[in-house]
Design a protein around this ligand. Structure first.
Ligand code: MG
Ligand code: ZN
Length: 188
């Protein structure tokens, strides 16, 4: 039997990484691509990385919005990126939170970052080699999830970054200003 060659992927947080962070963003109209996000994603894709969205959306467990509304947000985001010539290969989200109010989502799950459920699912479905892959995000949970999954980790700088870096118990591999700077580290 021929062994399938495993792929490499860039795992992407959504809020504060691809689009501007807006607390519990729930409407497609609120989506706002960050500076150089499209350019960075294009570069990663050009160099053969799968692009996988991995986003914690506890707003669902908290009752702020539902999975249908989130689907609309993601449909619009994928449309915006298609318009920029970028295909996102898969989207994973965690709707859970133990302090939620919607019973079915009020659980300790295996998918909420810093846990690695979303990474494992993507790796299985798409034959991704996590050790050749990268996690990019703007939070402590993103950096820990990336490390827990065995990926390289890149922190997108924002106003909380100094505090995040002080608190982190794992090493961040790179700290960058935006997705283009991240992509340039891995595409040359
Ligand atoms: Mg974020
Ligand atoms: Zn979850």
């Amino acid at each position: 039997m021929k062994k399938e060659k495993k792929k490499k992927a860039v795992f992407l947080d959504r809020d504060g990484t691809i689009v501007a962070h807006k607390p519990f963003l729930s409407s497609p109209d609120e989506l706002e691509l960050l500076t150089n996000a499209a350019e960075g994603l294009r570069l990663f894709k050009k160099y053969g990385y799968m692009a996988i969205l991995v986003t914690n959306q506890s707003g669902i467990a908290r009752g702020f919005f539902n999975e249908g509304q989130l689907a609309l947000v993601h449909k619009k985001l994928l449309n915006i990126l298609e318009g920029e010539g970028i295909t996102i290969d898969d989207v994973y989200y965690c709707p859970h939170h133990i302090e939620g109010v919607i019973e079915k989502y009020k659980i300790v799950c295996e998918c909420r970052k810093p846990k690695t459920g979303m990474f494992q699912s993507a790796a299985r479905r798409h034959s991704i080699d996590l050790s050749q892959s990268i996690m990019i995000g703007d939070s402590e949970a993103d950096m820990m999830a990336g490390k827990n999954a065995g990926c390289k980790s890149i922190l997108i700088k924002n106003t909380h970054s100094d505090e995040i870096l002080r608190n982190l118990v794992v090493n961040v591999d790179y700290i960058v200003n935006d997705l283009l700077e991240a992509a340039r580290l891995f595409t040359y």
